[in-house]
Design a protein around this ligand. Structure first.
Ligand code: DGL
Length: 267
C-alpha cells in the first residue's frame, strides 16, 4: 500500500523513532509531526496529552496515512489505548515493543525503566512487563533532566555524567541487567549511560523495537509498500522550524529541507 505512515511526538525526540523506521523500512513514506509548541508532554496530565494526541491524529489523517506510530513514550503511555479504539487504521506505540524486548533479554529478572515523570507515574511499563512475566522485578525512575540535556546537545558532557550517576545509582544497587530507555531522547545518551551502567547491562531502545514491530504489523496486514522507490518524508511542527531542522540534522541520516508549521489547535 502506497500511503505514508504517520508518526508523532511531543517535539524532536520522535526523530529517534523516525530514524529507525527509515533504516528498517526504507520503502515507506513518512509524515512526521512534532508538537514543538507544546513540548514537553512528560510533565503533563493524561487529559492534556490525550487532547493533544487526538488533535495530531486528526491532522495526520488529512495526509491519508495508513498507520500511526505514537513515537513518544509519554503519549504512548497516556493516549494509545484511547486513540487505537477511536480510529480504524493500525496504531502502534513505543512502550509495548520496548517492554517485550526487556523481558526477553533479562537473565536476573531485574528490569530498570527510565522515562519522563508522566510515563513513570502511569506505571504502564510495569503493567506490560508483569503481564508478560509476573515474576520480574521492575525498578522505575523518572529522569526529568535528561530531555533538556539532550536538547542542549550535552550528550557526553561532565554535567551529563554526574546526572546520569545520580539518577541511575539505584539501578546498579538493584542489579538490573536490562534497562529500558523509555523516553525518545534517551537513546541519544546511550554512550554515557552505557559507561556508567557497564557492559553487563543491556540497554533496550524502544525506538528500534518499535520499527521492528511496525514492520511485522504492516506485513501481517498487507500494508507494506511494495514499490522500491526513494521514500518521501514530510515534516510538520507546531513552532520553531529552525531548531527542529538543526536537531533533525544531528539525528537523521538525511538532511531535512522543508518543515512546515501548522496550527495544531485548529484540528
Ligand atoms: N517525547 C517525550 C517522551 O518520549 C519526551 C519529551 C517530553 O517530555 O515531551 O516521553
Amino acid at each position: 500500500m502506497n500511503s505514508p505512515i504517520g508518526l508523532f511526538d511531543s517535539g524532536v525526540g520522535g526523530l529517534t523513532v523516525a530514524r529507525e523506521i527509515m533504516r528498517q523500512l526504507p520503502n515507506e513514506d513518512l509524515v512526521y509531526f512534532g508538537d514543538t509548541a507544546r513540548v514537553p508532554y512528560g510533565s503533563k496530565s493524561k487529559q492534556t496529552v490525550l487532547k493533544y494526541s487526538r488533535q495530531i491524529v486528526r491532522f495526520l489523517r488529512t495526509k491519508d496515512v495508513k498507520a500511526i506510530v505514537i513515537a513518544c513514550n509519554t503519549a504512548s503511555a497516556l493516549a494509545l489505548d484511547e486513540i487505537a479504539a477511536e480510529i480504524d487504521i493500525p496504531v502502534i506505540g513505543v512502550v509495548k515493543p520496548g517492554a517485550k524486548m526487556a523481558v526477553e533479554t533479562t537473565k536476573t529478572g531485574n528490569i530498570g525503566i527510565i522515562g519522563t515523570e508522566s510515563t513513570i507515574k502511569s506505571g504502564i511499563y510495569n503493567d506490560y512487563i508483569r503481564e508478560l512475566n509476573p515474576d520480574i522485578t521492575v525498578v522505575s525512575k523518572a529522569c526529568p533532566l535528561f530531555v533538556p540535556l539532550v536538547e542542549e546537545g550535552l550528550l557526553e558532557d561532565r554535567v551529563t555524567e554526574d546526572i546520569v550517576a545520580r539518577y541511575l545509582q539505584e539501578m546498579k544497587e538493584y542489579k538490573v541487567d536490562s534497562l529500558v530507555l523509555g523516553c525518545t531522547h534517551y537513546p541519544l545518551l546511550r554512550n554515557t549511560i552505557k559507561r556508567f551502567m557497564g557492559d553487563g547491562v543491556r540497554l533496550v531502545n524502544p525506538a528500534f523495537e518499535t520499527a521492528k514491530s511496525l514492520k511485522e504489523l504492516l506485513g501481517e496486514q498487507g500494508l507494506l509498500n511494495p514499490n522500491r522507490h526513494k521514500p518521501e518524508y514530510e515534516y510538520f511542527v507546531s513552532d520553531g522550524v529552525d531548531k527542529f531542522i538543526s536537531f533533525a540534522d544531528s539525528v537523521l541520516p538525511i538532511h531535512v529541507n522543508d518543515t512546515k508549521v501548522i496550527d495544531i489547535e485548529s484540528y
